[in-house]
Every structure is written in structure tokens, then in C-alpha cells.
Design a protein around this ligand. Structure first.
Ligand SMILES: [Zn+2]
Length: 310
């Protein structure tokens, strides 16, 4: 175990938590129940909080992607940070309506602005966890003078493939939370957060519905990696998947997304083998010649990956 990890373990022990990179172990019973959650109040202006499990909540609305928080016995662990400091403060106010526990750990799923730019609205001194790739991308983005306020919120603990948190819960059980980086997918550093006790994973932008997934090649994102990551997400002991941009999804939703991506990748591969150009492939697959949004279409990203000169 590296010195940095030992320091991290010491810091989290102060919070009554423990963190272990590497293999997850079974959660165990510990400590008597000390429920201190306040009654649930569902609605606030522009932002909604919905229960996503026994102690897990999903926050939708406000500026930025969906976020989540987990109310442990003495703390709150949140996932993602909204897009503005104002939205982050609103998120913190929503959490305070559910529990008086302090927010101690913030997990960042990936570096996109709609998931991290709200960090400046969080109190200083939080433990911020993310993959190494996400930290690198944040450092790069925060070099921009406009982002100077975010430089104090770089991840304080990083993982290369997996990290595990164990913490006592209000019901006296010990919860296990696993952070998995399955490889480059939407970006170079996506993390899936599995709340074992809730059989629920927060997957950031690793699942979309009603549209093709967005893949940021400029950040090392890759459709082939996205497909591999989806397979690993499906294999997790989870029944529900919380997404940054969709309603909660099931394993069947993820299987349908996987099949659609595999089918599209196979089709693009076949058309490339038949000597088709990108424009011809787009036309054949019903994709407009010009991307409608800010980002290239999934088909274009697949084409670029498959034809990349290495
Ligand atoms: Zn994203």
C-alpha cells in the first residue's frame, strides 16, 4: 500500500470510514442503529430530490447533470457536482432538507463541466475522489483563467481501476461503496459508483436513453471502450443504474444500449471494409451530414476510431 493510500485511510478513519483500493469484500454488520435522517421532502425550485434506494437519493434539475447522495450513519457521500456554484449550493441545501449529516466525500464520475464546474460552490476541505484520468482532465481544464476558482477542488484521492469505501449506516449495517474505472469510454477517466447495499450504481455519462451516447474523443473517449465498459456495468451486482442525463435505468436498458452500440459499430466496420467514405456511411445510417449539436455523432466517432492511423 502506498504512502498516499495510507494517508487516505487515516483521513477516512477519522470520518468513521475506511477506504481500500483493490478487491471489494463483503459488507458486515457493525454498530447499533442510530437513525438520524430527517423526513423526506421531495421538491424545491428547479431541482428535485427523489429516493433511489433506502439511503440513496437522486437529484435532478438545476444547472448540470443529475447528481446523487448517500446518507450514511454520520456523513453524506455525494456523487458529482452540478455545473455552477449556485446549482451546487442549491444541491447542498436539498441534501440538508433530508439529513443534518455533513457532506464529507464527493465522488466525481468524470471531468465534463456539467459534472464538475459546480465544485466551487462546495465547502473547502472535502475529500474529493476521482480516477487518475479524470484528475488529469480536470487539471487541464482548470488551467483556463476562467476556471481558477476550481483549482482548489482537484481530486484529493485518485484510483486507477478501483477503490472501496466502507462506512456504518443508519440501520447499523456496514455499507460498501465501490468506485470502478473500467477503462476509457465516455472520457479517459469514467468512474462507476456501486452502492452494494442498494444494488444501485451511479454511472455518470456511461448510459443514455433516447439518444446515442456522447463520446469525447478529445478526452480519450472511445466507442470500443464504451462497449467494454457497458459489459462490465451489466455484470455488476446492481438492479438499478442512475445516469447523469436519464431517468433511472434497469439492466435490460443497459443490455439494449449495448446491443445498439455493437450493431452500429459492426455496421460502420462493414461499410468501411466496403470502401465507403464517412459521408456515405453517415447517409447510409441516417445521420445528418452536419452534427446537430456541439459534438460529432456516434457514427462519426466510431468511423474515426476504426480508421485511425496508428
Ligand atoms: Zn459527460
Amino acid at each position: 500500500m502506498s504512502r498516499a493510500v495510507l494517508i487516505a485511510v487515516a483521513a477516512l478513519s477519522l470520518l468513521g470510514m475506511s477506504i481500500h483500493p483493490g478487491q471489494a469484500q463483503q459488507a458486515q454488520q457493525a454498530q447499533p442503529p442510530q437513525p438520524n435522517a430527517k423526513p423526506f421532502q421531495p421538491e424545491a425550485a428547479g431541482m428535485t430530490v427523489q429516493p433511489a434506494g433506502r439511503f440513496l437519493y437522486l437529484i435532478k434539475g438545476g444547472s448540470g447533470a443529475n447528481t446523487a447522495f448517500y446518507v450514511t450513519q454520520k456523513h453524506v457521500i455525494a456523487v458529482d457536482a452540478k455545473m455552477t456554484a449556485e446549482a451546487a449550493r442549491q444541491m447542498i441545501a436539498e441534501i440538508a432538507k433530508v439529513t443534518s449529516n455533513p457532506l464529507s466525500i464527493l465522488i466525481i464520475t468524470h471531468s465534463d463541466g456539467d459534472h464538475v464546474n459546480g465544485l466551487a460552490g462546495f465547502p473547502p476541505g472535502l475529500t474529493i475522489m476521482a480516477s487518475e484520468g479524470t484528475k488529469n482532465e480536470m487539471e487541464e481544464a482548470f488551467k483556463d483563467e476562467k476556471m481558477a476558482a476550481l483549482r482548489a477542488y482537484l481530486p484529493t484521492q485518485t484510483h486507477s481501476s478501483e477503490a472501496n469505501l466502507r462506512t456504518p449506516m443508519p440501520d447499523g449495517k456496514l455499507a460498501l461503496i465501490s468506485l470502478y474505472h473500467f477503462g476509457p469510454a465516455h472520457t479517459s477517466g469514467d468512474t462507476v459508483v456501486l452502492f452494494h447495499n442498494e444494488k444501485t450504481a451511479f454511472v455518470g455519462d456511461l448510459a443514455f436513453t433516447g439518444r446515442d451516447p456522447l463520446i469525447h474523443r478529445q478526452k480519450g473517449g472511445t466507442p470500443i471502450g464504451y462497449i467494454e465498459t457497458l459489459k462490465k456495468m451489466i455484470a455488476l451486482p446492481a438492479e438499478k443504474y442512475l445516469s447523469g442525463h436519464a431517468d433511472p435505468l434497469t439492466k435490460d436498458d443497459l443490455k439494449a444500449l449495448l446491443k445498439s452500440m455493437e450493431d452500429k459499430l459492426a455496421k460502420v466496420k462493414e461499410l468501411i471494409a466496403r470502401g465507403k467514405t464517412l459521408d456515405e456511411i453517415k447517409a447510409a445510417m441516417g445521420v445528418p451530414a452536419q452534427a446537430s449539436g456541439r459534438w460529432p455523432s456516434l457514427i462519426e466517432v466510431m468511423y474515426l476510431e476504426l480508421t485511425e492511423k496508428r
